[in-house]
Ligand binder design. Structure first.
Ligand code: ATP
Length: 241
């Protein structure tokens, strides 16, 4: 339901080997929100996403998804529970077509043959360009089309939550607008999105709420309007966007 607490991150710490990166992170994301995670290079944004999606194990703290404690679950089990992480750089497969990528998105989904047609139609409705390029190999798509395919593949699962890491990276401004417009439409479908972005102005224009990370800690958490007014954030990032 709209507005319910969907993700609850409590006292979350994680790192690589013995090197701590994120420290005692606390925040909640509600159903249907677009939640922006911003901060400078190396602040720990990607590490935070990886810890939520099970790619990294936290050293302490917990992650709850729709009331279920998913801390320590495998990434596969978390995906099956409705949380899909689209890493930075899109990670598509050379030699697989658009259609094959979309089908792959249904990996491990019960009754996938039955739902394939309808879900493909829904993705194509959102990204008509994918419909025109069903038989094209991923590597010949433009950067924007590849990002749309990565999102489309995730949507084939009909996830509850999408973790989106830097979808704008390497894209021309007009294409970035298009990708962001799609994220905006996902909100209308009550999907919940955690969006890591370097494009702070654009991310905050799109987001409902969000947080600013610095050196692995949360500096501010609040509504997008509150973040946009935050003096530290303005001084550090908004000038440059
Ligand atoms: P960026 O926008 O530059 O990706 P970020 O905020 O996403 O930054 P992270 O990628 O989470 O930051 O990196 C946080 C810290 O963790 C950095 O100091 C980075 O060097 C370190 N780090 C990231 N990945 C690894 C890894 N696989 N092994 C060891 N250290 C890592």
């Amino acid at each position: 339901t709209q507005g319910e607490e969907l993700i609850t991150v409590s006292g979350l710490s994680a790192g690589y080997g013995t090197v701590p990166v994120i420290r005692s992170v606390d925040f909640t994301v509600h159903t249907g929100e677009i939640f922006a995670v911003v901060g400078g290079n190396g602040a720990g944004k990607t590490t935070l996403l990886s810890t939520i999606s099970g790619l990294l194990h936290p050293t302490s703290g917990s992650v709850r998804l729709a009331g279920t404690d998913i801390t320590g679950w495998s990434p596969e089990r978390i995906v099956a529970h409705g949380l899909v992480h689209i890493p930075e750089g899109r990670r598509l497969f050379t030699g697989l077509t658009v259609a094959e990528h979309l089908r792959l998105g249904l990996w491990n989904v019960p009754n996938r043959r039955k739902v394939e047609r309808e879900r493909t139609d829904r993705v194509v409705d959102l990204f008509p360009v994918l419909g025109e390029r069903m038989d094209a190999y991923a590597e010949v798509l433009s950067g924007g089309e590849q990002q749309m395919l990565a999102i489309g593949q995730a949507l084939m699962r009909e996830p509850r939550v999408l973790l989106l890491d830097e979808p704008s990276i390497g894209l021309a401004p007009v294409i970035i607008q298009r990708v962001f417009a799609v994220v905006d439409r996902l909100r209308e479908q009550n999907l919940t999105v955690i969006l890591v972005e370097q494009r702070v102005n654009q991310a905050l224009a799109l987001a409902d709420r969000g947080l600013v990370m610095r050196h692995g800690r949360i500096e501010v958490v609040g509504t997008a309007a509150e973040l946009a007014e935050d003096p530290v954030l303005r001084a550090a990032y908004l000038g440059a966007a």
